[in-house]
Write a new protein. Structure first.
Length: 118
């Protein structure tokens, strides 16, 4: 399957403590040039929405017009502080795409998580 930056994909995402994994949606955040290789960089997406988000987290609501087509079923949080590089073979399914306006916000969240300028 050909992946591009901004795709929302389902992947068996390992826990950070390596005690297991969970099938979850993720956002492809790697550049398309990297996506031409076997690897892809993903940011975790969770449906657990806390009242106050960290600077590297972005809430999206699939019911809003700017978030339609993402493939997400509920209000979710893209956690740019939880990224992972995996072989594209671990991607189970493509769910949808994040629009450019949301990817711009994801870029800002990634910059905050990594301590770089956007």
């Amino acid at each position: 399957m050909k992946l591009t930056r901004g795709d929302v994909v389902l992947v068996d995402y390992p826990y950070t403590d390596r005690t297991g994994s969970k099938v979850r949606p993720t956002a492809v955040v790697s550049a398309d040039e990297l996506n031409q290789t076997d690897d892809v960089v993903l940011a975790a997406i969770t449906s657990v929405v806390r009242p106050k988000l960290d600077a590297w987290q972005l809430q999206i609501n699939p019911a809003r017009p700017d978030s339609r087509g993402t493939g997400l079923l509920a209000t979710s949080v893209i956690d740019c502080g939880n990224v992972l590089t995996v072989d594209q073979g671990f991607v189970l399914k493509k769910l949808g795409r994040l629009p450019r306006s949301i990817m711009t916000q994801v870029d800002n969240c990634l910059a905050k998580a990594l301590g770089v300028k956007p």
